[in-house]
Write a protein that binds this ligand. Sequence first.
Ligand code: FAD
Ligand code: NAP
Ligand code: SF4
Length: 685
Amino acid sequence: MACYIIARVTPNPFPHLLAPLDLGFTTLPNRVLMGSMHTGLEDRAEDFPKLAAFFAERARGGVGLIVTGGIAPNAAGWTKPFAGTLSGRRHLARHRLVTGAVHAEGGRICMQILHTGRYAYHPLAVAPSRLKAPIAPFAPRELSDAGVGRQVTAFVRSAVLAREAGYDGVEVMGSEGYFINQFLATRTNRRVDRWGGSWANRMRLPLEIVSRTRAAIGPDFILIYRLSMLDLVEGGSDWAEIVELARAVEGAGATIINTGIGWHEARIPTIATMVPRAAFAWVTRKLKGAVGIPLVTSNRINDPAVAERLLAAGDADLVSMARPLLADPDFVVKAASGRVDEINTCIACNQACLDLVFENSVATCLVNPRAGRETELVYRPVAAPKRIAVVGAGPAGLACAAVAGRRGHRVTLFEAAGEIGGQFNMAKRIPGKEEFHETLRYFRRELELAGVEVRLGTSATAVDLASGAFDHVVLATGVRPRVPDIPGLQNARVLSYVDVLLRGAQVGRSVAIIGAGGIGFDVAEFLSHDATRAATSLDIPAFMREWGIDMTLTARGGLVTASEPGSPREIWLLQRKPTPPGRDLGKTTGWIHRLTLKRRGVRMLAGVAYERIDDSGLTISQGGETRLLAVDSIVVCAGQEPQRGLVAALEASGLSPHLIGGSNIAAELDAQRAIADGARLAADL
Ligand code: FAD
Ligand code: NAP
Ligand code: SF4
């Protein structure tokens, strides 16, 4: 594989990460496991060629072992109706496309067998007991004794078929609150038969599955068991049970144990960007020594140096990364060849991967629009380079300039500010969004590698662009903040979010924020954070205290009382719509933002009309009542308008510019669209 070839000629920068792992019957080339992640390409036979291309690209990039997204062993275990399944020989051909493509690149791939139990989004859901999950629409049917046995048989049959389909192994999904986990915890298992009651009875299901699977697949097939080491729900397992289960799973024939953190219904963030890097490695560490088989640690590991540190410290034997390999399929080969600064780092935003999957769309990646689109978005080298001007080095312009330059075009990038990044230079200042720095580091390096001429501090004019003999002019000039029509807006206490986040304007002890969109929420986060303390996203013990996670692992489910963080300011977050503020934030992260601000005492008001601003503060009316918010500062976060002042002048000069990102359409703009716009245009030029 590529990483070996390069490792031979350059000193190995990550000796633990790149060390082979001997499993007895096979040897993995390194310690990177691509963790299971649903892409949405698993569900329809016609999408499997795309899934094969997606995994082949990751295998080519040097990943040690890939695990597919969850594949159901039967219809009851579907995530949603007709989700990806391996339950009969009729499914084999599509799976062989995936295994063949990965093996052709020298990779290895396991299929995850996922039975959703009560998390199913369909009426065929089954579970140990008839208890509806708070995050699912259907109450499951309680299984009979024979019914439980049929689910075990389905797991085993699926594993046997996986072997026939050419997989190198299977991962039995035993965590995150899915079917197997539901048997383990008294929270969801109220049975009194041999599958419930005592701990020995509750762990019977995973042990039956693992031992019968091992017996059916033979000794030389990888069997990973994903074990919930920290449930983060009331009525979850305690540590003694987890250790006992791990030992029993090893005894039943597992090859590797992978770490699962938190049930999906837990109200504690476990993978989002405000979670510190490698926040939960200490949990895997605690299990080290209790079992003899390799352990995988997981969650928010997105950097080779962090992975190396965990492995060198003996916290685990492998590291799992799922989203970081969406963001950069060449993560391993870049790490192996000393090109860490070229890694396109996953910023853990969830916006283009998990959020899209929850909307029933195919996952992609905010920082890498090719993810999941490998066959459609191809960056081909150009035979006849053109001269291209890109105006604006925000996410849209950066992506366009970098991709066009990499293809061989001669690109000049104009940026009015003294640094690249556009609005990301504000986003990166929000506590919990430190990862946004990485995207700017990546693009800075890409521009160098692509040979793009970057002109900072240069506000491009139509004259510059017309006289530059460019074949194409791309306007990526972004947006400007909307100025709402509110009497008294000129008052000195009124600031824009740009004043606060970029220009360092002083903000008083009491603040009203006008607009509760993504930026309003981020500004509330920024202003409610105690600036004398590091963000909890940079401090693992502080994060655990903030969210009530028991680092001693003595409490059942790992839960203790959360500390109340408080806010140095009194804050009102306002919007005109009557709907709950923050309802339109990301599906998998919005709840975290809402809960964080609520716990800091931020008051969120909906259905507000802004009457006036004067020296007393902001007067609003709500539900027929008028009231004064006697605040020191008012920060306007009322959305944005496209900035395209250059268009008319360019057209008058006979140039027809391409518009991308916010300068094209400001409504519902986010960085995912901006970067995808830029990359797609650059692929076509
Ligand atoms: P911009 O980022 O606005 O960049 C435009 C650039 O063009 C600017 O650098 C500007 O200086 C330059 N420019 C303008 N005119 C000229 C000229 N004539 N000559 C040279 N240069 C010029 N999005 C998400 O998806 N997820 C998030 O979590 C997120 N968080 C955010 C948090 C904050 C606090 C803010 C403010 C925004 C956030 N966004 C987020 C939004 C995201 O940053 C924007 O959608 C994205 O930056 C838009 O990219 P763009 O390239 O179209 O425009
Ligand atoms: P936004 O999400 O569209 O929110 C704009 C806010 O301003 C809304 O609350 C809106 O609510 C209010 N508003 C609109 N017109 C107004 C007017 N004339 N007067 C007063 N209030 C008005 O836009 P944004 O917050 O500026 O964010 C910009 C983009 O960046 C968004 O697309 C967002 O997705 C992205 N972003 C994402 C994140 C993230 O974490 N994913 C974070 C930050 C930004 P009412 O109309 O009800 O008052
Ligand atoms: Fe990571 Fe965001 Fe890309 Fe998902 S969309 S892989 S969280 S950067």
